[in-house]
Design a protein around this ligand. Sequence first.
Ligand code: F6P
Length: 357
Amino acid sequence: MKRIGFLTSGGDCQSLNATMRGVAKTLYQANPDVEIYGILEGYKGLIYGNRRKMEPKDFSGILTEGGTIIGTSRQPFKKMGEPDENGLDKVKAMLDNYKKWKLDCLVILGGNGTHKTANLLSEKGCNVVTLPKTIDNDIWGTDITFGFQSAVNIATNAIDCIHTTAASHGRVFIVEVMGHKVGWLTLHAGIAGGADIILLPEIPYDINSVVKALEKRSAQGKRFSILAVAEGAISKEDAALSKKELKAKRKKMAYPSISYEIGAQIQEKTGQEVRITVPGHMQRGGEPCPYDRVLSTRLGAAAAQLIIKEKYGYMVGMVNGETVPVPLSEVAGKLKMVDPKASIIQEIKEMGICFGD
Ligand code: F6P
């Protein structure tokens, strides 16, 4: 264990630095001579040979710092197999730099796309240990990803703020929550923020059920309603379309996102005044919450232990409160979605919260 390359890839989130700190501190503690390199801007740095030598002081004071001190970029796997615009074979370039830099291990922090590439590098002979990063919480093999809880706090805060203005004006408000193709963030922020209607990609909605729920609230004398809508929410009608048909339909959509379409339909069908709020990338910004700091520190320390033991080809997950190594081949290519039959959904439904189904 001598030379380790750190790499953060994909959309950033709040606890990347805290995680790298956990890995680095544990490695320096075990071997003060270990050399750590920051591979800059995700896989781009590994492809084009950009890195910088890190020192122990680089990992001090970053526990609470959002973003990533070594930069990140999106490098979709589907394009990874294709040469770049100058004909460079990107996979070969990464393997060449790994060898040229005489790395003993790559520590890769990322989400689903990142894990596909990490698994590929591992299959091609690189020593790889990964860590599950994303506000979406959609990585298979771990109960929770770092970034998720911090994003839940921000999205919840957005719903809290909307509550007061919605109540004052007697309006219907939609808060559009990130999460890509899954509903974890919307589900948790929706519950924590007391949303009346929660729409998730995993439970296609019927707009008439949504309207019915709104009308029921009005009939009960409730002057406002809040909807937490996942950016990936989908109607029953659209869920029945093929991928190609859906893509074509969405291309023609007159609205910037699904929330605006839902808002327009509600306004038309109920006559109620609707407003849309999109907190967007704010949900990935700012400092990690205490839960994420603890999670990241533990995952990072456990990743370092794998490196010390030269146990490669694993992601470190958190399962039932314990850090566990999960084979990369089992993680890559899978999506962890909300189970519509899970007790969390049933409990909330029984409170009268509408999921649009
Ligand atoms: O995967 C994290 C995430 O924030 C998703 O929730 C969102 O759909 C996507 O990234 C946004 O990507 P970008 O940063 O490329 O706009």
